[in-house]
Design a protein around this ligand. Structure first.
Ligand code: ATP
Length: 436
């Protein structure tokens, strides 16, 4: 067996995609040996160099490692968008089965999903393991390529790793069936029949998720960016995603490829306390909402979460759309668990769980005799009703109606990060309010 890892071959505006490159490598490998699987691993979404979703790819094949390396090197050289200054491809080829990579490689993969690496770290491990590798330009892609090589062992055959106390982040492998466009059509508008997408998506829900956004009518499975992908169907099992892909009516499909992935798993999240969060990582943190959420220019919503003497700013940005209404519904005193990546000291909310709702507010008391609102009797002297000569020592508690309920709320499918786990997939520690 041989594991081929590859990353950083595409460009934001020229439209390649490392999944397509991996599919081509797998096709070439299949001419000389068998190909067991293609792995699409989403790494730390906080990495600033990423083109889009920080994907890295691995091909597990029977081809011997020398042949595999030559095939992969030719394909990267042929299709990588190396003219883009931001594209720095990397290739790592490991002889042996994906389960048999050294511990250091598996650890590297685990860290690549939740933390930050330097190219030199990857190069050292590649050298120690005796792997073949190649880098183009500064070769930053070797980080993702090595992580892709180690992912199968790191996340276990059943994908089970880590997991947070809150139930999110207990990774499990999921599937994506990607259908690619004919090369001559790339760059032209995609022709996909929306009705057939909705019909197939509804028939397969929730085993296939994030195919569409039922509230906005958006086809989430069809990318907006230039590139070879026509649509990608994500779900819990390989049969379902393939069936949905096949049921969609569209322009001709050049090829259709099944990837095993860590998408939709929350593998990037770790438990944290407000005092330990750091930029460039993603957390689940529990605290108390400190003030009324504030609407800012651009449609973003901000509030602070407090715990003892610590505070953390949380944000629901404009692209998270109707999720912002759930965030606006929060009140000071609510206790929540907030999940998301931290950048510039701000947690960018992907989902949150309401633990306790503050359902009371302090108001001026009403007079027990006439029922009218009492007036202040002066600073620190409570309230009184002049007409009835009644008094009260201070404000009183009143029930407040709340829109939110206990449990988990999330961004809509069209705003979901690739690695984020849709609530409908289950396994959470409180009731769920899924966005469909
Ligand atoms: P592509 O389709 O080309 O893979 P992408 O959105 O996945 O696009 P890349 O272009 O691969 O993003 O850019 C991500 C870069 O960051 C790669 O060079 C990868 O090796 C590197 N990288 C990935 N994870 C980490 C990490 N945890 N720490 C540091 N660098 C990382």
């Amino acid at each position: 067996m041989t594991v081929i890892g590859v990353d950083d071959t595409d460009s934001r505006d020229r439209g390649m995609c490392t999944t397509y490159l991996a599919a081509r490598i797998a096709e070439r490998a299949a001419e000389v040996a068998s190909v067991e699987r293609l792995l699409l691993v989403r790494l730390n979404p906080a990495v600033e160099h990423k083109t889009r979703g920080n994907a890295a790819l691995a091909v597990h094949t029977d081809a011997d490692s020398e042949t595999a390396f030559e095939i992969a090197r030719e394909e990267v050289a042929a299709v990588a968008e190396t003219d883009d200054p931001r594209t720095n491809p990397g290739l790592v080829v490991a002889p042996g089965t994906p389960e048999a990579v050294p511990e250091s490689v598996a650890e590297f993969a685990e860290k690549a999903v939740r933390d930050l690496h330097e190219v030199e770290d990857a190069e050292q491990i590649v050298e120690d393991a005796g792997y073949r590798s190649a880098g183009w330009k500064m070769g930053r892609g070797k980080i993702g390529a090595l992580a892709a090589v180690g992912a199968w062992r790191a996340f276990g055959e059943d994908g089970a790793v880590g997991g947070t106390k809150t139930g999110v982040g207990g990774a499990d492998w999921t599937y994506e069936c990607i259908s690619y466009r004919e090369p001559e059509r790339v760059g032209t508008p995609r022709e996909v029949d929306a009705d057939s997408v909705f019909e197939a998506a509804n028939a397969a829900y929730p085993a296939a998720w994030d195919t569409v956004d039922r509230e906005t009518g958006e086809l989430v499975c069809v990318p907006h960016t230039p590139g070879p992908i026509l649509h990608g169907i994500r779900g819990d099992d390989p049969e379902t995603v393939r069936e949905v892909a096949e049921a969609i009516e569209s322009e001709p499909v050049e090829r259709r490829v099944l990837f095993v992935t860590n998408q939709g798993t929350d593998a990037h999240l770790r438990d944290g306390s407000l005092s330990e969060v750091e930029d460039g990582r993603a957390y689940c943190v529990t605290g108390t909402v400190a003030e009324e959420p504030e609407n800012r220019r651009g449609g973003h919503v901000f509030f602070s979460l407090e715990e003892e003497t610590e505070a953390l700013r949380c944000a629901a940005f404009e692209p998270t759309k109707r999720f912002r209404d759930r965030v606006r519904d929060l009140r000071p005193g609510d206790r929540i668990t907030a999940c998301g990546e931290v950048a510039d000291g701000t947690l960018k909310l992907e989902k949150f769980a309401v633990r306790e709702l503050n359902s009371t507010e302090l108001v001026t008391p009403d007079c027990p005799d006439c029922g009218r609102s009492m007036k202040s009797a002066g600073a620190g002297q409570g309230y009184r009703c002049r007409d009835c000569e009644t008094s009260a020592p201070g404000k009183v508690e009143r029930e407040v109606g709340r829109e939110l309920e206990k449990g988990w709320y999330e961004v809509p499918p069209e705003a979901r990060r690739h690695i984020a786990k849709p609530l409908i997939r289950g396994g959470f520690d409180a009731p769920i309010h899924p966005e469909k």
